[in-house]
Design a protein around this ligand. Structure first.
Ligand code: ATP
Length: 348
């Protein structure tokens, strides 16, 4: 097992900075998800570790060895792509044994290793079928088995669940995690889906415009986004731009917190809908229920409230049974525990 280190990696395609001075340390056996919107550089980072892109500057180390100029086939990596990329003319068993055949491993060793992998990816019953005779989820498990066959030090997964439907996605996501922990390989997992990243990863690296904005364990990222972008991208949050008075920002009787150090006149406060407490006839900042959306266990309220002479809109989630008596148009009082509010300066 080996860790992966990126040292100040930059990749420029003519005018585009796909990677902009990225440094990242992934420890041995860890699964790190690269999360970010389309075009933020996730795939370029993964392809650079694979040796499919050559960094414009910076170094990449696997297990402490500098692999920056090393061709892909000589890197100790396995890759899984969104599109499975199985050989259509080979069975599941032959697809998995292929990387061992090309490395001229002894036949007995290949047989043993393929049997072991078929068990790990749970494809024993489908071993002699061709790719067109198996489901998408099974095809991706086959691709995973093939990537793991040569016991790579690092497993690279590029949106491996994107082509699958919702139910299969969740099941296979958990399977990938189980297998990665079983074989104890270091893994980098690209996704633009925040819930997938948080469910599968030891740590999530949030990327934006070719840079890594924050690397944190999922609960820490969820509770304490370090940047405005991370706060916006991870978890659905209310965002309120508020004026600063006496070094503080607040929403009437709902909350008041210290303004962020670097801000001057205004700051943006972020807080999650589940942290908005809604009550009738008690202390808080008045708001009008504009819409109720029933989501099963919870109901989302769309609220309108006054911020100075402006009207701002907020979302609040509350248990559906508690929301049942609230009518659209009724006036409620909102409060937010200040420890759940994160504030960032408005760009000066
Ligand atoms: P997606 O989720 O859409 O795949 P991504 O986060 O993986 O996006 P990248 O594919 O890494 O993003 O692309 C990062 C930036 O680099 C984008 O602006 C993209 O257009 C650009 N880019 C990527 N590959 C090339 C290339 N071969 N030539 C020119 N520009 C490229």
């Amino acid at each position: 097992m080996s860790g992966v280190t990126l040292e100040r990696v930059t990749k420029t395609f003519s005018q585009v900075h796909a990677l902009d001075d990225v440094s990242l340390e992934i420890v041995s056996g860890e699964l790190v998800a690269l999360l970010g919107p389309s075009g933020c550089g996730k795939t370029t980072l993964l392809r650079s570790v694979a040796g499919l892109e050559e960094p414009t500057s910076g170094r990449i180390l696997i297990g402490g060895r500098d692999v920056t100029g090393v061709p892909t086939r000589e890197r100790p990596i396995g890759m899984v792509f969104q599109s499975y990329a199985l050989f259509p003319n080979l069975t599941v068993r032959q697809n998995i044994s292929f990387p061992l055949e090309v490395r001229h491993r002894p036949p007995a060793e290949i047989r043993e290793r393929v049997a072991e992998l078929l068990e790990i990816v749970r494809l024993g019953p489908q071993a002699d079928r061709y790719p067109h005779q198996i489901s998408g989820g099974q095809a991706q498990r086959c691709a995973l088995g093939r990537a793991l066959a040569p016991s790579p030090e690092v497993l690279l997964l590029d949106e491996p669940l994107s082509a699958l439907d919702a139910l299969v996605r969740t099941r296979l996501r958990d399977e990938i995690r189980r297998i990665q922990q079983l074989v104890k390989t270091t893994a980098i997992y690209v996704t633009h889906d925040q819930s997938e990243a948080m469910a599968i990863a030891d740590r999530v690296a949030v990327m934006n415009h070719g840079r890594v904005e924050q690397v944190a364990a999922p609960p820490a990222l969820y509770e304490e986004p370090a940047t405005e972008f991370a706060a916006t991208f991870v978890g659905s949050r209310n965002a309120l731009e508020l004026p600063i008075a006496d070094g503080r920002i607040g929403l009437g009787a709902a909350f008041s917190i210290a303004a962020p150090a670097a801000s001057r006149e205004r700051a943006i406060a972020f807080f999650r809908p589940e942290d908005v407490q809604v009550a009738v006839g008690s202390m808080g900042h008045p708001a009008v229920v504009e819409m109720k959306i029933f989501l099963g266990p919870t109901t989302r309220l769309h609220l309108a409230t006054a911020v100075g002479d402006r009207t701002a809109r907020l979302h609040a989630d509350m248990p559906s049974r508690a929301a049942a008596h609230l009518e659209e148009g009724s006036v409620v009082a909102v409060r937010v525990d200040p420890q759940h509010v994160r504030a960032f300066p408005v760009d000066a």
